[in-house]
Write a protein that binds this ligand. Structure first.
Ligand SMILES: [Zn+2]
Length: 125
């Protein structure tokens, strides 16, 4: 059983990470109002330069490239945010810090490395 001091430490880590994740997500996406926990990537619109004939196609290509990078980033940020939110709910229950697979305590090292962990590393391929 984890004591109050450790739980507070983990809660702080999770809250900080959540703030970080939300701020990163906000820079590339907007919350999807229709699905809770989902975000929609914003298509980037770069400044158009004056020299249209030369630059426009290049800028459009850059925007598509940037959009694809955002899609990949959004995907991992969004799933990490779900894990962190889930851990913040679980931290209020006795299940927090207990491995979902073998039901043994995860241990402090594991939790400090990933406060949202719910399995021992050895169960993860
Ligand atoms: Zn385990």
């Amino acid at each position: 059983m984890l004591d109050e001091k450790i739980l507070n430490e983990m809660r702080d880590l999770l809250e900080q990470e959540k703030i970080q994740l939300v701020s990163e997500l906000t820079s590339i996406a907007r919350p999807d109002k229709s699905v809770k926990g989902e975000w929609k990537v914003q298509f980037p619109t770069f400044e158009r330069s004056e020299n249209i004939s030369h630059a426009q196609k290049e800028e459009e290509a850059d925007e598509v490239e940037e959009y694809e990078m955002r899609l990949a980033a959004e995907d991992s940020l969004e799933s990490r945010l779900l894990e962190v939110n889930h851990a913040l709910e679980r931290i209020q229950t006795p299940q927090y810090g207990v491995c979902k697979k073998c039901r043994q305590p995860l241990g402090l090292d594991r939790l400090r490395a990933n406060p949202a962990a719910d399995y021992h590393t050895e169960h993860i391929e």
